[in-house]
Design a protein. Structure first.
Length: 330
């Protein structure tokens, strides 16, 4: 069947459904809107819904969501891929993670998420019905691809790319990606050298390989104070300059405080101040349970983006008072 014939058979109601992302999500993945969205979720979907095929984004080439742990980053990223593929707003994308096995696994979870979208989604977007993953070697190394097509003509492909394998000069003999999704590209104990190396790989091997209309979507925690995402958030990153940074948004904003109290079941932490940024998804009660489950240090870092503490073998800021050895001459 020719593409023109397929487009003529498109249900006219889809145009109305696709006009608004809340309507689209309610129809195809109601769990995403079962709780009122946080303001930062709307920032993401406002950006995603402006993406058009073969066109530059009208506002920002890249979007970085730095949200708290359990703030919906993973689900939002998976749904964004499902929406771009279904609505045919991109041709070919790269899902970028720290290592190739990690990227392959994340792509498989996206495939599983598409399979859970429901019968309405698969009926209205038949090219997503046969979404499948397969191995490939066209990059010069082993990768996993997600391929979506209902004809001999492929409609949508996402390729898993690991920073550890994306070396400069790799054999790129296929269509350039028009969207790139960095996910979990930082680690807590990264050295300054490794951060610099990964930035070089990202800018020289990944971003330069992209199509001129590419968009970049990144959803991740800060991880540590000199991570790639931390540098993107505070402006030190001198790449992807036309970016929208959604955050860093903590789970609890304002004067966040907690205290430890002795209870009949033993010591417990209690949150005594702080306003939830996503009341329906991460209430004070949910945050308090998380605080007791993971402890204050992890909660501060993962949910509040407090990455000011130093870590063994992690990055640090140079201070000549402590890091320069001098000799005093009499």
């Amino acid at each position: 069947m020719r593409l023109d014939d397929r487009e003529q058979q498109r249900d006219p109601i889809l145009d109305e459904i696709e006009r608004d992302y809340i309507t689209w999500l309610t129809r195809y993945y109601p769990r995403a809107v079962s709780k009122t969205m946080a303001f930062y979720h709307r920032e993401l979907w406002d950006w995603v819904w402006q993406i058009e095929l073969d066109q530059l984004h009208p506002e920002y080439d890249s979007f970085f969501g730095i949200w708290p742990r359990r703030g919906g980053k993973t689900t939002s990223g998976q749904l964004a891929v499902a929406a771009l593929g279904a609505r045919k707003k991109r041709h070919y994308g790269w899902l970028l993670s720290r290592t190739q096995p990690q990227a392959n696994q994340k792509l498989l979870t996206i495939r599983q998420a598409i399979g859970k979208m429901g019968s309405g989604y698969l009926r209205d977007y038949p090219h997503m019905v046969r979404a499948r993953t397969e191995d490939g070697v066209s990059l010069g190394w082993n990768t996993t691809r997600l391929i979506c097509s209902d004809t001999s003509e492929t409609d949508f492909i996402v390729e898993a790319i690991g920073l550890d394998m994306a070396v400069r000069g790799a054999n790129i003999d296929f269509q350039r990606p028009d969207f790139i999704m960095p996910d979990d590209i930082d680690k807590l104990h990264d050295s300054p050298y490794l951060v610099e190396k990964n930035i070089e790989t990202l800018t020289q091997s990944i971003l330069l390989a992209g199509d001129e209309t590419k968009v970049v979507l990144g959803l991740q925690n800060l991880i540590h104070r000199d991570s790639i995402f931390a540098q993107i958030a505070d402006g030190r990153a001198k790449f992807l300059m036309n970016r929208y940074v959604s955050g860093p948004y903590p789970a609890l904003e304002g004067d966040f405080r907690y205290e430890e109290r002795q209870t009949q079941d033993g010591p417990r932490y209690f949150i005594i101040s702080g306003k939830p940024t996503w009341p329906e998804g991460m209430s004070v009660e949910v945050c308090e349970k998380e605080l007791n489950d993971v402890g204050p240090d992890a909660f501060e870092m993962e949910c509040q983006h407090n990455v000011t503490k130093a870590h063994v073998n992690a990055t640090f800021h140079f201070d000549p008072i402590y890091h320069v050895i001098t000799r005093n001459w009499m």
